[in-house]
Design a binder for this molecule. Structure first.
Ligand SMILES: [Fe+2]
Length: 189
């Protein structure tokens, strides 16, 4: 009767593993080749197999980018690995609209959410299945996989937040997450 009023969901995410499927879901991949100058040991990165998959991202874009008042929902999967002593890690960014916040949550695997405020103060939060992380505005964020299995985390952020990768490319994070005798440590750079 009310077919036009009661709709089937157009997007699904799998409760267990966060997998996203449906309309307006986009999938992107970052291999070693795409991550120039992201790692401390750039020379080591250059010498690695350039096709190694470092991370992939699925995002549901229900509204156009930049829309004020909208939200995006996604997940990232970071594969286990290192460039030299540095764990595989996402590029990291501030939001272009600096005051925009974001939620991350751990789905599977283990890692570390690295946060840095505008003064360069840096800290990290352990990411495990079920951990929930509030990333305040004006705080750069990136995630490293510190385990031996893939790490997947979910994310939800304002559609007008944007990504400012440039500030990070210019000044970098003030510390690196390195494997020191098998233990992840934030080392000032
Ligand atoms: Fe973000």
């Amino acid at each position: 009767m009310n077919d036009e009023l009661i709709l089937n969901p157009r997007v699904h995410f799998q409760i267990g593993n966060g997998e996203l499927r449906g309309d307006n879901v986009q999938h992107s991949y970052r291999v070693i080749r795409d991550l120039k100058h992201i790692f401390l040991q750039e020379q080591t990165r250059e010498q690695m197999d350039q096709d190694i998959l470092v991370y992939e991202v699925q995002v549901y874009f229900p509204v156009e980018e930049g829309t004020e008042g909208g939200l995006y929902f996604g997940n990232s999967t970071i594969y286990p690995g290192k460039v030299g002593d540095e764990y595989f890690i996402t590029k990291g960014h501030f939001h272009s609209q600096k005051d925009r916040a974001e939620f991350y949550w751990g789905i599977y695997g283990e890692g570390m959410l690295i946060l840095m405020d505008e003064s360069g103060k840096i800290w990290a939060e352990k990411m495990i299945p079920g951990s929930l992380h509030y990333i305040p505005g004006k705080t750069a964020h990136r995630v490293a996989n510190t385990g031996h299995e893939p790490l997947r985390f979910g994310a939800c952020w304002p559609s007008d937040a944007g990504h400012d990768y440039k500030s990070i490319a210019n000044t970098g994070f003030s510390a690196r997450l390195l494997d020191v005798n098998g233990i992840p440590q934030l080392i000032k750079s």
